[in-house]
Design a protein around this ligand. Structure first.
Ligand code: GUN
Length: 306
């Protein structure tokens, strides 16, 4: 039986370790502050941001949400970021991606003060990641390393295959695994015989955004599979196929009109892998925990600099 890597348990562990650090900051001046910019009405982003704000409230971090409309311009987002850069009570700035299409995302990410860049997306912090210099790391990749370490899954000397080359997950997780001395391969849509490459992996990270694409023939028996996908399925037929008519999944689909599935086939993971992160309840909760960790670390750094 494959071991389930429980992201909720690890998230709770991380958050309870952060609690005394937040309390110490509050006692010595002010609590950490996080500003989140959510432009427009992307339903997925709205859920992520709601969860981020709730995590702040539970932990005693001050949170502020800015919600410019879908029609916002690059100049308006830049002005909002500039103001947040100047605010002494804000330690972290997160601009939720994707931004509306008329907004120049690269310019926005470049405008965030690297000291307050709790996403680790500013080119200065991406450079720190490449050079293995301390600094904020992208939250989802940092959460993946955290869950592997906390479950005692060896990384050094192992073959890691990352499917997906996004700036948010694929590239940074490949670098973090490399810094942990894994032998890393990054695959993408142009990789020939993807299944054969994936079958070489001791650690397989699926971050493609394609529902249940990683099937049995992609997984080496006993491998660890990290499923970063969060795909909402709104066809009952697809849900029934992917979940093999599992009654609880179909009941949930009938109630909500959709069901969440990762990038890996859940049955293949359960039957073939040695350990895997479920969807939901795997990588998702860790992203938020690491955002809280980055915000607390930023507040501590800024308090020391005062
Ligand atoms: N959109 C999806 N994941 C993320 C994330 O980790 N940070 C931001 N800013 N936007 C996202």
């Amino acid at each position: 039986m494959a071991q389930i890597l429980d992201g909720i348990r690890v998230r709770d562990e991380i958050l309870s370790e952060l609690k005394p650090r937040v309390a110490a900051l509050a006692a010595s001046g002010r609590p950490p502050g996080l500003a989140v910019v959510l432009a427009g009405h992307d339903p997925g982003s709205e859920i992520y941001v709601r969860n981020k704000v709730k995590a702040c409230q539970d932990l005693g971090i001050l949170s502020e949400k800015l919600t410019p409309p879908d029609s916002v311009s690059t100049a308006e987002v830049l002005a909002a970021v500039e103001q947040l850069n100047q605010r002494p009570d804000i330690d972290g700035i997160l601009v939720q991606l994707p931004l509306p299409k008329q907004v120049d995302s690269k310019r926005i990410l470049l405008a965030i003060d690297p000291e307050k860049d709790v996403d680790g997306f500013h080119p200065f912090n991406v450079g720190n990641l490449v050079a293995n210099v301390p600094g904020p790391r992208a939250c989802t990749p940092a959460g993946i390393i955290e869950i592997l370490k906390r479950y005692g899954i060896p990384i050094s000397g192992r073959r890691a295959v990352v499917v997906g080359r996004s700036d948010i997950v694929g590239k940074p997780i490949a670098l973090l695994l490399l810094h942990e001395n894994a032998t890393v391969t990054i695959c993408h849509s142009k990789t020939p015989d993807l299944a054969a490459v994936c079958r070489e992996a001791d650690i397989l990270v699926a971050a493609i955004g394609r529902p249940a694409m990683i099937t049995a023939d992609y997984i080496k028996p006993g491998a660890t599979v990290i499923d970063v996908g969060m795909n909402r399925i709104d066809s009952r037929e697809d849900a029934a196929r992917i979940f093999r008519n599992a009654p609880e999944k179909l009941a949930s689909f009938d109630k909500k009109g959709n069901v969440l599935v990762g990038d890996a086939d859940p049955f293949a993971m359960a039957e073939i892998s040695g350990a895997y992160t479920p969807v939901p309840g795997g990588v998702g909760p860790l992203t938020i925990a690491m955002l809280m960790a980055n915000t607390v670390a930023s507040a501590e750094r800024r308090a020391r600099a005062c």
